[in-house]
Design a protein around this ligand. Sequence first.
Ligand SMILES: Nc1nc2c(c(=O)[nH]1)N[C@H]1C(S)=C(S)[C@@H](COP(=O)(O)O)O[C@H]1N2
Ligand SMILES: [Mo]
Length: 535
Amino acid sequence: MANPTARAQQAKTRRGVWWLWSALAGIVSAAAFLAVAELIALLVARESSPILAIGGFVIDIVPQPLKEFAIATFGSADKIVLLGGLGLAVVIAAAIAGILQFFARPFGLVVIGLAGALSTAAIVTRAGASTLAFVPPVVGTLVGAFVLILLVTRLRRWAGGPATADDDIPAAPAAEPRGIARRSFLIATAGVGVAAVVVGVGARLLNVTTASLDAVRRELALPAPRSTVTIPEGAELDVEGISPLVTPNADFYRVDTALTVPRVDPTTWRLVIDGMVDQRVELTFDDLVGMGLDEYAVTLTCVSNEIGGGLVGNAIWQGVPIRDILRMAGPQAGADMVLSTSADGYTASTPLEALTDDSRDAILAVAMNGEPLPLEHGFPVRMVVPGLYGYVSATKWVTELKVTTFEADEAYWTPRGYAAEAPIKFSSRIDTPRAGTPVPAGTVAVAGVAWAQTVGIERVEVRIDDGDWQAATLSTPINADTWVQWVLEWQADAGTHYVEVRAVNKNGDTQTEERAPIAPDGSSGWQRVLVTVSD
Ligand SMILES: Nc1nc2c(c(=O)[nH]1)N[C@H]1C(S)=C(S)[C@@H](COP(=O)(O)O)O[C@H]1N2
Ligand SMILES: [Mo]
């Protein structure tokens, strides 16, 4: 094996090769930087693409005559030329960073740090930057720096030379044959390089394709609703830990079969009403909202909600009654079901009667809690039908209503073990106290929500340790289609106690104690929570 002097000599003669390899290490580090930034941007702050932010910054600072020259010379390709130029600049700077890190450590890291600082500055100063906008470039910089250290360290081991004397790199060469060091550098470089390209390009594409519909949604101007929901005095109890009366969109449960959220552009969206109808009707989004929007407060419930579970939420929707739309088409005698289909092929079977009934507010909703439907909640149009589980009624991204019969057609979940018809089983839930979260002895507010869509909740009862049922205080309901909040002040002694809840609906029926699983048509039973009370 060669002695150190000979190795240094050999390294020197191959300096040209190390230039190239270290430049490559720099470029791969920059790719990792950008890829990680793109990926994190997708998750936390979509506007935070370093390349685009710097591009935007360049566009902003380029003097007008130069801009005009660029447009005159490159025409509509001017942006591509700019991005190409920027890309080239990044490659060159990255190559320099790699070379510096190899021959003049730690100046490569300094270059990456500068690039990181520059792109962070460009990002956070852009119009509309969110508070988290700095996260992608900062994390990207850290990852880029880490990759640079990792690759250059391996490269040095391979070179076995230029740096072993002056610093902290362990004197591995003696123990590590050059072939192994070389392979480890090449594998790491290729691996990180390929991963960066795949992740970076993938994240950027996803960002572009999804961001555009986000923008369409943000800029969608819905007409003001003709009527609004009045929230009565006393509709919301002030109890720590209770579910808010109206579930914020961001906290609203989401259930669907869609692997990726269907992307439906309102300008091309069409709703077709066909099947057993006098005339086929096709509506555009403007046709629909042109019919006039009204507000409806409706609590949605999923058939998969276990007793005490979270697959239930209350929102204020804006939309158009489905009966008005069906009337335009004229359902024919003999029809008893509407098969709704979504843009991704999902189907639900809803009794025709539930959609034509004047006393039930079945709607095509376009807004949820004051804004256009979030993409994952069915943008631009979904169904909302009070009193029926979501899977048989609440079709998101809806594109077709086929008037038909239960005999002739079957919805998505029907052959999969769920009932073709599924009214919501009225139920109640304890939000607080929670099992596993001890409460201090004394007065404890036991509180939660209860729902009996289309009927209304008459009473909620609570019982401690199999004692007597005690009536809880109810909030003033918005209407029979929404849940109510309830609270009971409990004088709790130290120890462990069972707390149980049940509801009585406005028909006078008491929530059944009998346990049922979620399939085929929804869970039932009383929720019972074991609460620990400390001294
Ligand atoms: N297109 C489509 N719509 C759908 C579903 C689905 O899988 N695909 N799931 C339904 C079910 S099971 C429920 S409970 C509700 C849930 O609506 P949310 O995700 O807005 O809470 O949507 C319904 N609408
Ligand atoms: Mo559901």
